[in-house]
Write a protein that binds this ligand. Structure first.
Ligand code: UDP
Length: 325
């Protein structure tokens, strides 16, 4: 299939681009490189360096590319930043996304796979979380994703686009030399590894007084290659629309458990201290991915948290200061 991958120079977008190429798809990456990295774009993919805010450039790309499918990863992802500047988040994650949807409508693109997030659920009382849990985002970030999901349904009704909304939980690991390089970094596993590399003096546990088995937050970690494979399955299944899937492993690890697993993988003690809670962190988020397993036959190949950390470590050791820019 001729595919357009927005945000294909970012973490999950770059891994999915690689998997699409391996599966024989033709890939054009559309990325402003404001967050993404040129070095993360696999040989074999065409790269257009442009912003989704540039509707004319987007239109030209669609005219030339004759895309059959769009996978939309581009967007802003930092919860605290979205609280400080919600307008910027609505601009990037909603308004620019509408440019993309309009280009799809104008150029008769049939398939659209969207990177959504567990943040659309907020802090649900019931875990594991199923797709029919109430949508109560606790941040502007989560709200921008919720709104864009709604828009997808409107475009399905109005323009015949067939869409898949994939709600990610905590994604980690690395694949084929492609890993996580956010600047600044805010995610748990890279920050533990930064402490190991000496990029950070120590790792901070954000709060150890939650009502969980060891007082630290519980999250559901999924290997990025397993997540990428879910996109390929969704893409193939888009002969019909309205697809909606949670993507996690169904297992929950506390921050302390992940930290201990990292120490085991690295075979040494790492510097660590307990810091105050990070505002807005729900105590526990665990996905039920039963629906995508049942409907699309999705199976995880890399369920072991130590394997996820070992893969991430291999990437960070190879790129101790991140991708070259
Ligand atoms: N966390 C932490 N220290 C850090 C970064 C994260 O204790 O330096 C915790 C955070 O509070 C959350 C979990 O690790 O409970 C996962 O955080 P991350 O930012 O990776 O993902 P999120 O769950 O926020 O999407």
């Amino acid at each position: 299939m001729k595919t357009l991958v927005t945000g294909g120079a970012g973490y999950i977008g770059s891994v999915t681009t690689r998997l699409l190429l391996e599966a024989g798809h033709e890939v054009t990456v559309y990325d402003s490189l404001a967050q993404g990295h040129r070095a993360a774009v696999s040989d074999g993919a065409r790269l257009i360096v442009a912003d989704l805010g540039d509707a004319d450039r987007l239109d030209r790309a669609f005219r030339a590319g004759r895309f059959e499918a769009v996978l939309h990863f581009a967007g802003l992802i930092r919860v605290p930043e979205s609280v400080e500047d919600p307008a910027r988040y609505f601009d990037h994650n909603v308004a620019r996304g509408i440019n993309l949807l309009n280009a799809c409508a104008r150029h008769d693109v049939g398939r659209f796979v969207f990177s959504s997030t567990a943040a659309v659920y907020g802090a649900p009382d019931k875990v594991p979380i199923t797709e029919d849990a109430p949508l109560l985002p606790a941040s502007p970030y989560g709200d921008t994703k919720r709104v864009f999901e709604e828009l997808l349904l409107s475009y399905e009704r109005a323009c015949g686009l067939r869409t898949a909304r994939l709600r990610y939980f905590n994604v980690c690991g690395a694949h084929a030399g492609l890993g996580e390089d956010h600047r600044p970094e805010s995610h748990l596993i890279p920050l533990i590894l930064f402490a190991a590399l000496g990029r950070e003096r120590e790792f901070h546990i954000f709060g150890d007084d939650y009502d969980t088995r060891d007082g630290t937050c519980v999250r559901d970690y999924l290997h990025v290659a397993d997540l990428g494979r879910a996109h390929l399955l969704a893409l193939d299944a888009l002969d019909r629309g309205g697809l909606l899937y949670n993507l996690g492993s169904g297992a929950g690890y506390t921050v302390r458990e992940v930290f201990a697993a990292a120490e085991e993988v690295l075979g040494r003690k790492l510097p660590c201290k307990v810091s105050p809670r990070r505002p807005g962190d729900p105590p526990a988020l665990i996905a039920s991915s039963a629906r995508i397993e049942r409907e699309l036959g999705w199976r995880r190949e890399k369920d072991d948290i130590k394997q996820m950390i070992a893969d991430a470590w291999e990437f960070h050791r190879a790129h101790p200061t991140g991708y070259p820019d």
